[in-house]
Design a protein around this ligand. Sequence first.
Ligand code: KG4
Ligand code: ZN
Length: 374
Amino acid sequence: MRILAIETSCDETSVAILSFSNDRVRILFHEISSQIPIHARYGGVVPEVAARTHVAEVLSLFERARAFDGRSLGSARDAGSSSRRFDAIAVTQGPGLATALRVGIEAARTIAFATGVPIVGVNHLEGHLASAWLIQENRRRWKFPLLALLVSGGHTELVLMRDFCRYRVLGRTRDDAAGEAFDKSAKLMGLGYPGGPIISQLAVDGNPRAFPFPRPMLKDPSLDFSFSGLKTDVRRTWEKVMSSPRKRGSSINEIPGLDSRLRGNDKRQLLIPHFCASLQEAIVETLVAKTIRAAIKVKPAAVTIVGGVSANRHLHEVMQKELRRAIPSVKLLAPATGLHTDNAAMIAAAGYWRLRRGEKSDWRRLDAKPEWDL
Ligand code: KG4
Ligand code: ZN
């Protein structure tokens, strides 16, 4: 089965064609056009700008997919013929920005109408879960029940996967997502967008114990998260240290070179790596602690971390270490580099999970579901 997949839920436009046969998955075409440079100017995603950019980008990606192998995208003439280069269309239906989602959905519906191939609306979160399954080695180790930590710009959830397409959400954030905590903190420090990759890079040279940020909800017995308190603490601490002429708080003494004469940009430059390392440590420790707690409770056969924030190397390393310590028999499955953040290949994979169960959508009725849960 060859699937054409389209992803336009947020700030990446992506088109892919994957082939699936038994246990073999091949990525025949896959491109991601990132809008990050456009939204970076505003310090975050502007929905209207995202939607307009998707319109231009999705067409240009279709053009490239067509160039890649003649009739990849098929045409009305190909409908029903064996020369057609894909057998189904998978498109992100939600959750995400309504107007952005609709660009991909309208494109997919038009192709379904023109070619007559079946279409399936995919949950973006299920797409993230499927991103790790795209690796052959991970498919071999893909055993149920599978525990997933799904961490992205909009979601932070612990999900128990009992089978393909069967989920139980064990815990989720009660307010901000982990990715949002990275993004908003980066904005506060004037570091740019998106915050996660920038902060994790700057954190390499910092002391993770310089600022004692809270580890939210760790004392709470639930498997829920909350990152808005951390965000407030980060803001308060940043404003305090930047405005105070003196060293404040014993922890800040651990920053070499920080003395009371240091001001303005020099002070900012000196503090940033330590601030980033401390913030990253607080987020990572919280995510790992709750995942381990969930793993001890549900005894999964495998664990996966997916979503944009799972690109964070430190998160991966600490998770690996703690998992080995707590339940050594369980393998940690992660997506391939480049497939942590939004992409159409993962949408094709989740679409395949649905289609092989005989599910499909009616292209006449397919519409965005901006608030769709797993
Ligand atoms: O999955 P994704 O591409 O989009 C959503 O579905 O939200 O995730 C984007 C999020 C952003 O918040 C970004 O800052 C974060 O993933 N992110 C990272 C890293 N790379 C991306 N966070 C921490 N460390 C990273 N290396
Ligand atoms: Zn995503």
